[in-house]
Design a protein around this ligand. Structure first.
Ligand code: HAM
Length: 448
């Protein structure tokens, strides 16, 4: 068995050779650029945290997927499965000193021991965007606009993706009016979160078993999800003042999304609950319109988390957008960038005698900011031209004895095959050919 066969990546983990890293970098660039356009600043935290940060704050689903172990100092620790508890912990210490609202984003690598399935791995990168210290509908809408704007900048418009939005306050009001006790609401949420993936009878049975409601109440709850659209919910349940208030808030939110230019992306959908325990208000998930892929993004309002980790009680709203589903979707839709090797220059020598000068020229070009590849041993001209092509060099300079005698080099433009003569002195700046190695003055830019 070769060592390549013996040592494989762990199941659910990925290597990123350059052609795969190119797509990941493309996402990161769009994410960072979009966050910047909305005034968000980047932060990070450690990949390893104390276990109790998650056991107490994230909810059973994530806790069941933790990469957790006891370290050499006998502390229970876990690789971060999500960023939100770390954010809450970081802000618990410093939010008081920060101007509000706080607009922060991060691109952490996260770890969850998930069952192997399409779109879910055991590590992923997740763009987190969170707005802390503002509880208005505008804050909710702004955060979802950031998510949708990034997708639009990646080429995914309203014809390709949609955000499904609901509100836990609305769901809580509906569940309460159906007869669910307050202390069973969170359990009911996690059951209802599966309403699209499990048969209705199974959801109803679990509501009876786990949320402690009667079979009649369970049927009534499952029936709520037949009412699609805000108007239908208002018609069926709008007499309850708590439901009516929550419906007004969702309506206002949809209005602000429209103002921001993202109305076409957004749909109210009561079936969106979210698996995490800490959400308290608006909740949303973004999907491809065809419905082929799992959620690209999920988020919502969590007004109590900061207080729960010992900070000031600050309202917060945010989302996480993973790289796995998004990469699959972009590839499927032909929107992934094509990977190409590219450098500005290939600088070689016709005979070994010109190699010192070629090295100096390469150094001067690099000092001016250009990317340069050189042969790292004596090679024939033919071989060097071949390498220049495979490196994707835009220009090639092979320093030859005749040209050096005239104080020039020939620069070949690989795009059109044209050749230009350039003075060696103009490339080297103050450093004359043959000078001892040392600091090379910047060449003052490269010839066109
Ligand atoms: P989440 O819904 O667990 O939310 O994850 C957000 C997104 O991360 C998902 O929609 C999906 O794209 C991606 N994702 C999650 N797990 C995996 C996985 N195992 N493999 C690949 N991709 C995955 C949260 O984590 C919240 N903390 C987000 C948040 C931030 N809420 C407020 N602020």
């Amino acid at each position: 068995m070769s060592s390549a066969q013996k040592f494989k990546t762990l199941r659910g983990f990925r290597d990123f050779p350059p052609e795969d890293l190119a797509l990941r970098s493309h996402l990161f660039e769009r994410w960072r650029e979009t966050a910047r356009r909305y005034g968000f600043q980047e932060y990070d935290g450690p990949p390893l945290e104390g276990l109790e940060l998650y056991t107490e704050k994230s909810g059973d689903e994530i806790v069941g997927q933790l990469y957790a172990f006891r370290d050499k100092g006998d502390r229970d620790v876990a690789l971060r499965p999500e960023m939100t508890p770390s954010l809450a912990r970081i802000l618990a210490d410093r939010s008081r000193a920060l101007p509000k609202p706080i607009r922060w984003f991060s691109v952490p690598q996260l770890f969850r021991y998930e069952r192997q399935q399409r779109g879910r791995l055991r590590e992923h990168y997740q763009w987190n965007v969170d707005l802390v210290g503002e509880d208005s509908v505008d804050a909710d809408a702004e955060v979802l606009a950031v998510a949708l704007d990034s997708l639009r900048s990646l080429g995914l418009g309203a014809d390709q993706v949609r955000a499904r939005v609901s509100d836990r306050r609305l769901l809580a009001a509906l569940l309460r009016s159906a007869g669910v006790a307050d202390d069973r609401l969170v359990t009911a949420y996690t059951i209802i979160d599966k309403v699209e993936r499990e048969p209705r009878e199974r959801v109803a049975a679990r509501l009876v078993e786990e949320a402690g409601v009667t079979p009649e109440v369970a049927d009534r709850i499952v029936g709520i999800f037949d009412a699609t659209g805000l108007d239908a919910v208002r018609e069926s349940f709008g007499d309850d003042p708590e439901v009516a208030e929550a419906l007004d808030r969702v309506r206002d939110f949809l209005g602000v999304m429209d103002d921001l230019g993202f109305g076409g992306f957004v749909e109210f959908d009561l079936a969106i609950v979210r698996g995490l325990a800490y959400y308290t208000g608006i909740v949303f998930e973004i999907f491809d319109r065809v419905g082929e892929f799992r959620a690209i993004c999920g988020g919502g309002r969590y007004d109590r988390l900061l207080e729960l980790v010992g900070g000031d009680p600050l309202p917060a709203v945010g989302f996480g957008m993973g790289d796995v589903v998004l990469s699959e979707l972009l590839k499927d839709r032909g929107l992934a960038p094509t990977f190409s090797r590219e450098v500005d220059w290939y600088v070689g020598a016709v005979t070994p005698a010109e190699r010192p000068l070629a090295r100096q020229l390469a150094g001067a070009l690099r000092a001016s900011g250009d990317s340069v590849v050189t042969p790292l041993r004596d090679q024939s001209v033919r071989r060097q031209l071949k390498s220049a092509a495979s490196e994707g060099a835009r220009r090639v300079m092979l320093v030859g004895p005749d040209e050096v005698a005239r104080g020039i080099v020939q620069v070949r433009d690989m795009a059109d095959g044209s050749e230009t003569e350039v003075e060696i002195r103009s490339l080297l700046g103050d450093r004359a050919p043959g000078d001892a190695p040392g600091v090379v003055a910047a060449a003052g830019g490269s010839p066109a």
